[in-house]
Design a protein around this ligand. Structure first.
Ligand code: NI
Length: 135
């Protein structure tokens, strides 16, 4: 078994309460495992940032396709990064909203740049890049 170290931390009461609620919802059997998972997730997020090495990642976008030009703009950006994009999935969620998930691979800085330009495009309501380091 991995060696463990006890840590005491102080959190704002509201945040601690939110955390307890979230781990109950996810049916965590113990709080230490939940904290360790949050640490790991955060650290792996930090690890690939900063532009060094290669990553594989997903970029999730939610947008209103009625916003003038948004669909063309997003497609154009993806063509400009053609070599980096492995696959994409488009779901027509409802009358207004589209969900797009793009799988991309390459230099961390380049993938981050691609994600930032897609996420900040006019009409995109929310977006997120999730990456794992590949080398
Ligand atoms: Ni659509």
């Amino acid at each position: 078994m991995e060696k463990v170290r006890r840590m005491a931390v102080s959190l704002p009461a509201g945040l601690a309460e939110e955390f307890e609620k979230a781990i109950r919802k996810r049916a965590y059997s113990n709080r230490s495992k939940a904290v360790a998972d949050v640490f790991r997730e955060h650290l792996s997020g930090l690890e690939w940032q900063g532009g060094r090495g290669n990553v594989v990642g997903t970029i999730t976008l939610l947008y209103d396709h009625h916003t003038r030009g948004v669909t063309d703009k997003l497609t154009e950006m993806q063509h400009d990064f053609g070599g980096a994009i492995l696959s994409s999935l488009h779901v027509h969620l409802d009358h207004d909203n589209c969900l797009e998930v793009i799988v991309a691979k390459g230099n961390a800085k380049r993938i981050e740049k691609l994600a930032n330009s897609l996420i900040s495009a006019r009409g995109v309501k929310s977006g997120k890049l999730v990456c794992s380091r590949t080398g």
